[in-house]
Ligand binder design. Structure first.
Ligand code: ZN
Length: 127
């Protein structure tokens, strides 16, 4: 049976689907994987959703929970009086797909190549 992970804001009852737990032989979780085409950190939608959820929930109680864990079992069994979580990237009825969550988010800034003259100018402004 596979184990899955969620990044969850306990205060807002919102979580982000992290995918299947990929484990070491000793069952330590090595990383989470959504699908099998690319690692999560190589997927722009997953990466942007992660950074957006961190910004949206600044100063809130954020945790990573596993589907086999007691905390997750309590929440999904409805034993938590604050109700179930809405999952970003999940496929449940009340969940929010990544593209919907990211709609309206500003496009990523164009990267500016780093140069030594830029660093020197930056250093000069902090003297
Ligand atoms: Zn929150």
């Amino acid at each position: 049976m596979s184990e899955y992970g969620y990044l969850a804001c306990v205060d807002c009852r919102v979580s982000m689907w992290l995918g299947k737990a990929v484990t070491q032989p000793d069952t330590t979780i090595d990383y989470y994987l959504i699908g099998d085409q690319a690692r999560n950190w190589q997927r722009p939608d997953v990466s942007r959703a992660l950074w957006k959820i961190l910004a949206d929930h600044t100063a809130h109680q954020i945790t990573v929970i596993a589907s086999m864990g007691e905390q997750y079992q309590d929440w999904t069994a409805g034993q938590d009086t604050n109700g179930l979580f809405t999952t970003i990237g999940g496929d449940g009825i009340s969940d929010v797909p990544f593209d919907t969550y990211l709609a309206g988010l500003a496009r990523p800034a164009t990267a500016t190549p780093f140069s030594s003259s830029t660093q020197s100018e930056a250093d000069a402004t902090h003297d």
